[in-house]
Write a protein that binds this ligand. Sequence first.
Ligand code: FEO
Length: 174
Amino acid sequence: MISKNIEKALQQQIALEAYSSAYYLSMASWMDVEGFEGTAAFLYKQSDEERMHMLKILHFINDNDGHAVVPQMDAPPVTFENYHNCFQRILEQEQSVTASIHSLVNMSLTEKDHAANNFLQWYVFEQIEEEKQVKTILNKLKIIGNDGPGLYLLDNELGKLAGPVIGVSAADGA
Ligand code: FEO
């Protein structure tokens, strides 16, 4: 059975993951209208991954005799300064998620909640991967600067990384 303290903290993590999902979805939409379809596809996929992160926590709470609640959250920004700034924002968001996961791990140790501790290890490693990925993109952006053809190539590369994304066209599923 999940402790009330852990349940409350995991509930906050659900809100954080849900916000990440909405944040990246909003960025994806902005990229789409700015002409960066590859990056948009990459971010639509990232948004889906964040929703999956949220759902995993929701099921963990419910499977351990808790009751996960769908959170109320702030609306994400609608427009962004520029391409580079989006990735800086993603890094900051991911760093705050990492800090939150680490504090949850600390709490699971204090509460001697081995199930929660084991569950959270997946997130610890996932955050290493996510931060590494965005840092790699930021490093490429340092090289590219404001070079248009360079950004075009990066956009293509991120589109390939995303692979096929369901629902990127209004015609999908029709
Ligand atoms: Fe689920 Fe990217 O943090």
